[in-house]
Design a binder for this molecule. Structure first.
Ligand code: MG
Length: 453
């Protein structure tokens, strides 16, 4: 395959106004618009650079002959929802969970799924090697705006759960949007679901004054303390563009994303009497255990939420997700959706009538270890091939090369993956004890070290 020159796993992400200048954004948008040739929805998160980039991509798209519909400041999944239902394409201005100085452009296709590789390579060709379509004066696109999507997205989310049951419970909820795009949706969804809502960092602010946009445990200490102090049922946090949800249980424990994934998977399979679950090769065995118990079938893709989304569409799957708490409900949006995750989790709390800590304790338990090791980019392919050869020749372990090299043993697995952006290999192991997981991860690292010289 041709190497991509600009696009990463989902769009282009750079330092705002340094690499990601208006000129860059405008030409890239014109290149994308040259292929779409239709109506493109745009929107973005709360970053200081978002309006600047929105004007730039608007100009580029209009120039290429596309019409543009500005949806305003709103979560990434709300834009994906709008594109799937009303438009021919979309560009989302966001750097997701990255620090405030970054911004990015996520491009989606007509289904609201992140653009496929072949389309991105075509966009890059227009950008670098030729010229985007520049419409004649009488074919330049027109500009519109649509400010109804947030309302619709909230209503559609609520429609997909038993809102009455949730309202009757009057759950006590603390929500931390990190001053990101979720500030415009999350508190309102919770109110509509009858919750007693306390908000933290729910005023939109591109400086992210309350916390960093990434919802990892060290950044959520205020949320954890507030949940404990108020005796809340649950704490919820979103990343900058509100496609991921992280939960804090009623005791103030940070719940890892793969636990939330497993909990919702269990509920979805029970509710639907089985179905196809799509995830990535780096996700916990717990997902497979639950599928087996509740009539599900698991399909694993390479790492990347848009690959999971596309596979869900192609297989008519029920539900999907990643280990970082990004969950995909394909009947609604072909992408990670924070709002639907919140609504589902609340529904589970109410229907199961148990505290979150107890629901999480009922899930299969595995132990994990994540390590990384340096390796020059030009050696990565060779290192992977040699590791795969060694395993095939000297062991009878099962091998999965969907993404990197995944080695499956009886008591766990280890995956050795080259990073797409840094000269390193990531090594992720899981087993039934912490000691074994540590051991397996170190073994994976030793395999890379053996062949990288
Ligand atoms: Mg995000």
């Amino acid at each position: 395959m041709v190497e991509k020159r600009l696009f990463g796993t989902f769009g282009v992400r750079r330092t705002a106004n340094d690499v990601l200048t208006p000129e860059f954004a405008s030409r890239l948008a014109a290149s994308y618009g040259s292929i779409v040739q239709g109506t493109v929805a745009i929107g973005g998160d709360t970053r200081t650079s978002t309006p600047m980039l929105k004007y730039a991509i608007t100009a580029g798209l209009l120039s290429s002959g596309c019409d543009v519909v500005d949806l305003g400041i709103l979560p990434t999944p709300a834009i994906q929802y709008a594109v799937r239902n009303y438009y021919d394409g979309g560009i989302i201005v966001t750097a997701s969970h990255n620090p405030p100085k970054y911004n990015g452009l996520k491009f989606v296709d007509e289904f609201g799924i992140g653009t496929p590789d072949d389309m991105e390579i075509e966009v890059e060709k227009l950008y670098f090697d030729s010229e985007p379509n520049r419409a004649s004066w009488d074919k330049i696109g027109e500009c519109f705006s649509n400010d109804t999507i947030i309302k619709e997205y909230i209503a559609e989310t609520i429609k997909r759960v038993d809102a009455e049951a949730i309202r009757n419970r009057k759950l006590k909820v603390v929500v931390d949007c990190g001053s990101g795009a979720g500030s415009y949706t999350a508190p309102y969804i919770l109110k509509e679901l009858g919750c007693e809502v306390t908000t933290i960092n729910c005023q939109a602010d591109g400086f992210f004054p309350g916390r960093d946009p990434e919802p990892i445990e060290p950044n959520l200490q205020d949320l954890i303390a507030t949940v404990k102090n108020l005796g809340a049922d649950i704490g919820l946090a979103h990343d900058g563009d509100a496609d991921r949800t992280i939960c804090i249980d009623e005791k103030g424990n940070f719940i890892l994303g793969d636990k939330t994934f497993a909990l919702v998977e269990k509920h979805m399979l029970k509710e639907n009497g089985g179905g196809i679950i799509v995830t990535t090769v780096a996700t916990s065995q717990a997902i497979y255990d639950i599928a087996e118990e509740f009539g599900g079938e698991v399909i694993a893709t390479a790492v990347g939420d848009l690959l999971v989304a596309r596979k869900l569409k192609d297989t008519d799957g029920l539900f999907g997700g990643e280990e970082n708490g990004g969950l995909i409900f394909p009947d609604f949006i072909y992408g990670r959706d924070a709002a639907m995750t919140v609504a589902k989790i609340l529904e589970i709390l109410v229907k199961e009538d148990k505290p979150l800590s107890e629901l999480v304790a009922e899930l299969p338990v595995y132990y994990q270890e994540k390590l990384k090791v340096e390796c020059a980019d030009d050696l990565k392919q060779e290192v992977m091939a040699k590791i795969a050869d060694e395993i095939k020749e000297t062991t009878d372990f099962e091998l999965d090369t969907t993404d990197g090299v995944k080695i499956l043993k009886d008591d766990g697995w280890v995956i050795i993956r080259p990073s797409g952006t840094e000269p390193i290999f990531r090594c992720f192991a899981e087993s039934d004890s912490q000691e074994k997981a540590d051991e397996m991860a170190s073994w994976g690292i030793s395999l890379v070290e053996k062949y990288k010289t």
